[in-house]
Design a protein. Structure first.
Length: 583
């Protein structure tokens, strides 16, 4: 080879190297440009209000082991309910208990930090001491400095107030970004610094609403009054009671004896600091005391039961209700005023008026002769079947009386707890009007145990070509069968618990006793999973170079996502693999 040929070859090699470098940098910049486009798309999406948090709210906080938050650089110093325009409610406005007021809860922030941004807050709302709904959370002052001067109020949440309700925010947790607003996201994460925690929370200041409740006495004419005033300057109340001109009191919860039955207008006026006083008037009705008298006829054990009780009730309020019980008698109609056709026994009656006041009397009746005995009976249930009411059909014209295993009379047919396996015994007798109670027959009750749930394992495979299905399997002992359910609550069953596509499905296996038909109390979940095959790697590109001296080899490259690896095959049908895909 002459000198000219050697020079040409040298230039050709340099030119090939130059083209290779251009191709390399073009691919690098192409990748960066694609990443930049993805970033722009993501940035535009996260600018929506949906993505205001770094972290996943609401946070789960154990009130018994809350965050430390010793600094409290940002705090909540006051909460106030305002109207729907965000204005302070006119203290001269008069609201009746129960009036609906649409508005907002406003918060005033305090603390020592002046460089807090992007405030994350979560809390629970309690109405009259009862938690309302789930934990609420929000991102406040996104991209802004938190205004914690302790002067201005800021809207926290819309709220519908019923006048007279006591509103509290409890389990309050706040955290923030320090120094600058950064990306404007509120940090929804737990920490023991740069945070605020108040489990006890704060009371929301609401309009002053005077209110009270009262409880009359069943035995005399005294009434216990209970102040239920809310709002205003809580803890700074003065009370003025007027008991229809019969007396007065400045106590919060007075007791007053009106001396006799009647209707009385009671007035409560409440003053709270410098706010205008509020007044409420309620009518208190006091009724005569309940009185009960009775006459009775004992049963003489003739062909027809003749025992009867006739009661007379006076006083109280409105309609009376009657509740009769007996330990050793029969023939009661528990809710009737007067009783007839009674057997021998001791009867107790409780008469209650509409106020809940009651009077009790005990009356004794003699027992007549015996009726024919009923036939014995057996009951059989499965464990887990719940409450089961026992029922025995009496002979025509007779009624059934039930007794427990100790032959104590029950008020009605017993209910068996079918959730507990075991055996129990009851007794029954018959009774017909004009006859005495019969001898007793034994009732045997068996609650068969539920079998153990089947044993089964989850199955998981990867998607194949051709596609491979999965079928759930479960094991039970001899004498038992498997029932497959499509839901944990047993709503649907299937004969083919299979998975025929990429994804995950869970079936639930229950065991059933072939002899008793009883089913297991629990169902064994069996999850079938067919994982989708990942996307093929992105090739690093074909490679072509010129032979060099010394010799330069080529190695194939391919790119996969995080969590994936590359396997190199030496043939398109995957017959062989190699660790060094080189030339």
């Amino acid at each position: 080879m002459d000198t000219l040929s050697i020079n040409r070859l040298s230039h050709l090699i340099k030119y090939c190297r130059f083209l290779s470098q251009i191709n390399h940098w073009f691919r690098v910049y192409s990748i960066y440009f694609r990443i930049f486009l993805v970033f722009l798309a993501f940035f535009n999406f996260t600018s929506l209000s949906v993505a205001q948090f770094s972290g996943t709210p609401p946070l789960i906080i154990n009130p018994n082991n809350p965050p430390g938050c010793p600094q409290n650089n940002v705090t909540i110093t006051d909460l106030e309910f305002r109207d729907s325009d965000g204005k302070v409610i006119d203290p001269n406005a008069d609201f009746e208990p129960g009036d609906v007021i649409e508005g907002f809860i406003f918060a005033r922030f305090g603390g020592s930090s002046s460089n807090a941004y992007n405030l994350y807050i979560q809390y629970e709302i309690f109405i009259d001491g009862i938690k309302e709904g789930s934990t609420r959370f929000d991102c406040l002052f996104s991209g802004e400095n938190v205004p914690n001067d302790g002067i201005e109020y800021y809207q926290l949440a819309p709220f519908t107030l019923e006048a007279g309700q006591e509103i509290e925010l409890k389990n309050i947790y706040m955290t923030w970004r320090t120094g600058n607003a950064g990306n404007g996201l509120c940090p929804a994460n737990l920490g023991n610094s740069q945070c605020y925690w108040s489990g006890e929370g704060l009371l929301v200041r609401t309009p002053l609403v005077a209110n009270f409740d009262f409880l009359t006495n069943c035995d005399d004419f005294s009434v216990q009054f209970t102040d239920e005033t809310t709002g205003g300057e809580v803890g700074n109340y003065d009370w003025s009671w007027d008991f229809d001109g019969l007396g007065s009191s400045d106590l919060q919860n007075p007791n007053f004896d009106f001396g006799s039955a009647g209707e009385y207008d009671v007035t409560l006026t409440v003053t709270s600091g410098l706010l205008p006083p509020k007044t409420i008037i309620k009518t208190v009705s006091i009724y005569p005391n309940l009185q009960l008298s009775y006459t009775k006829v004992d049963d003489d054990c003739s062909p027809n039961s003749t025992g009867s009780i006739d009661i007379t009730v006076q006083g109280g309020l409105g309609q009376y209700t009657y509740a009769w019980t007996t330990q050793d008698g029969s023939g009661l109609v528990a809710s009737d005023e007067d009783q007839t056709g009674l057997s021998e026994g001791v009867y107790n009656v409780t008469v209650t008026d509409e106020r809940g006041c009651s009077v009790i009397e005990q009356i004794q009746i003699i027992k007549p002769s015996e009726s024919p005995a009923p036939s014995p009976a057996n009951f059989e249930f499965c464990e887990g079947s719940g409450d089961q009411l026992l029922s025995v059909t009496p002979a025509e014209g007779y009624e059934i009386l039930w007794y427990d295993e100790n032959q104590n009379l029950l008020q009605s047919a017993p209910t068996i707890d079918g959730d507990i396996a075991g055996q129990s015994t009851f007794f029954i007798s018959q009774l017909k009007e004009g006859e005495c109670e019969s001898s007793k027959a034994q009732i045997n009750v068996i609650v068969n145990p539920a079998p153990s749930a089947p044993e089964a394992d989850d199955q998981e495979i990867c998607e194949t070509e051709p596609f491979t299905n999965l079928t759930a399997t479960a094991t039970v002992g001899e004498g038992f069968s498997v029932i497959w359910y499509t839901s944990a609550d047993g709503e649907g069953t299937t004969q083919t618990p299979s998975l025929t596509e990429v994804g995950t499905v869970t079936y639930y296996a229950a065991a059933i006793n072939d002899e008793t038909g009883c089913e297991s109390l629990t169902r064994t979940p069996v999850t079938l999973t067919i994982n989708a095959a990942p996307a093929a790697p992105v090739s690093g590109g074909d490679q072509e170079i010129c032979e060099t001296e010394p010799f330069t080899s080529l190695t194939a490259t391919a790119t996969v996502g995080e969590g994936f690896s590359v396997i190199w095959y030496t043939s398109a049908d995957g017959e062989g693999t190699t660790q060094t895909p080189s030339l």
